[in-house]
Design a protein around this ligand. Structure first.
Ligand SMILES: Nc1ncnc2c1ncn2[C@@H]1O[C@H](COP(=O)(O)OP(=O)(O)OP(=O)(O)O)[C@@H](O)[C@H]1O
Ligand SMILES: [Mg+2]
Length: 308
């Protein structure tokens, strides 16, 4: 049996409110199981508790209650640090360093020797799309470039687990696609990637599993394909060549210049309708199942929480 790369059990964390008045329950019992070797998306709206969870996993802050294991060991074990690469939410780097110096600095913290460090730094800056920008000081980097150098820094110790807090934030659509491709490439190399995002489309495109967090609680989690496949909401059949048969008249969504489209709720209805249409000499142009998108699951999860 493969070990979970990350196992989070019943994490609770509160913060004191502004001027120490009030109490913010940031995490209200979070459970996560991140399997080794996949891409796991941790999705939620602003203030849901994503960064708080990631900070606890990486040992930056302590929970009030709960437990975290990395590859089967308590996350406080020193030894596992070398197995984790971390991209913080708003990386703040000493901005008089150049991109190259920054990556080398983090590499030297891991004790990587000079020759290997030079080669690996060059390789990583190239990989994240900063070739030719190595000698520019970070204060002249754009937000997207800082995000990329942050990723290079997270990859310097060739860790098998990458924890990335909003890796696509600050990037334009092309930059986002490049980072998505990079994450997929890292998965192919056998790495486990756990990243947070509120950009649903990015998560939907690359994740094997997702968890949705709203107001400190996980509201949905599972394999992406299962979450999405759970309900086909309806099927659209479009056809031409015949008038819509009377028994299907109330299912018509559009009828235009000889083309018609009907919308049906379940598979049995679809089988019957197809048989009817073909029998009457109609030509089927398309049959499209409409599945729930991650966006819809996400929005309905938030709605449910609001109504609680
Ligand atoms: N150091 C802190 N002091 C007080 N409150 C905090 C602190 N850190 C987080 N919080 C609060 O805890 C809640 C969760 O915050 P967190 O940063 O984990 O959310 P997030 O999901 O990462 O949001 P975002 O998408 O905006 O990054 C929020 O209400 C936030 O205001
Ligand atoms: Mg955050």
């Amino acid at each position: 049996m493969t070990k979970d790369a990350i196992l989070v059990k019943n994490l609770k964390k509160h913060f004191k409110g502004h001027l120490s008045i009030g109490r913010i329950e940031a995490l209200k019992g979070v459970n996560l199981e991140v399997k080794e070797g996949g891409i796991y998306g941790f999705i939620g709206p602003n203030g849901a508790g994503k960064t708080t969870t990631l900070k606890i996993i990486t040992g930056l802050i302590f929970p009030d209650e709960g437990e975290v294991q990395i590859f089967g060991k308590p996350h406080t074990d020193y030894i596992i640090r070398k197995d984790i690469g971390f991209l913080p939410e708003s990386p703040y780097f000493y901005d008089y360093l150049t991109g190259e110096e920054l990556v080398k600095f983090f590499g030297s913290l891991f004790g990587i020797q000079k020759k290997e460090l030079n080669e690996r730094t060059k390789y990583l800056l190239d990989l994240v799309g900063l070739k030719g920008k190595e000698k520019i000081p970070l204060r002249k980097y754009s937000k997207g470039m800082l995000q990329r150098v942050g990723l290079a820094q997270a990859l310097i110790n060739d860790a098998k687990l990458l924890i990335l807090d909003e890796p696509m934030s600050g990037l334009d659509p092309i930059g986002r696609r490049e980072i998505r491709d990079l994450i997929l490439k890292l998965k192919e190399e056998g790495k486990t990637i756990f990243f947070s995002s509120h950009i649903l489309a990015d998560a939907e495109m690359i994740c094997d599993e997702v968890a949705i967090i709203v107001k400190g609680k996980i509201v949905q989690k599972g394999r992406l394909e299962e979450l999405l496949a759970k309900d086909v909401q309806f099927y659209d059949i479009s056809f031409k060549g015949i008038e819509t048969p009377p028994e299907l008249k109330d299912k018509v969504v559009v009828a235009f210049e000889g083309y018609s489209m009907i919308r049906l709720k379940d598979e049995d209805e679809v089988d019957k309708a197809l048989a009817t249409l073909i029998n009457k000499g109609g030509k089927i142009m398309s049959l499209m199942p409409h599945k729930t998108s991650l966006e819809e699951i996400f929005l309905s999860s938030i709605e449910e929480k609001k109504n609680e």
